[in-house]
Design a protein around this ligand. Structure first.
Ligand SMILES: [Zn+2]
Length: 65
């Protein structure tokens, strides 16, 4: 009897999710965790779904000289 129905594990397991490319309209499968893209995924048209998981609430732009 190995019933592992833990909800907590879902938070850690990436989910394959379909996102619609805003550029070409194609469906692209991206890995998400809790609804956020966790890794950069490129569409065949060249558009890249940027990883959102790593972004913190504070998003600063450091001026590059
Ligand atoms: Zn595309």
């Amino acid at each position: 009897m190995a019933i592992m129905d833990g909800c907590e594990s879902k938070h850690k397991t990436p989910t394959l999710e379909e996102r619609v490319c805003p550029t070409c309209g194609a469906s692209v499968e991206v890995f998400t965790r809790r609804g956020r893209v966790i890794e950069d995924t490129a569409c065949e048209c060249g558009y890249v779904f940027k990883a959102e998981e790593q972004l913190e609430a504070q998003q600063r732009k450091a001026p590059e000289a």
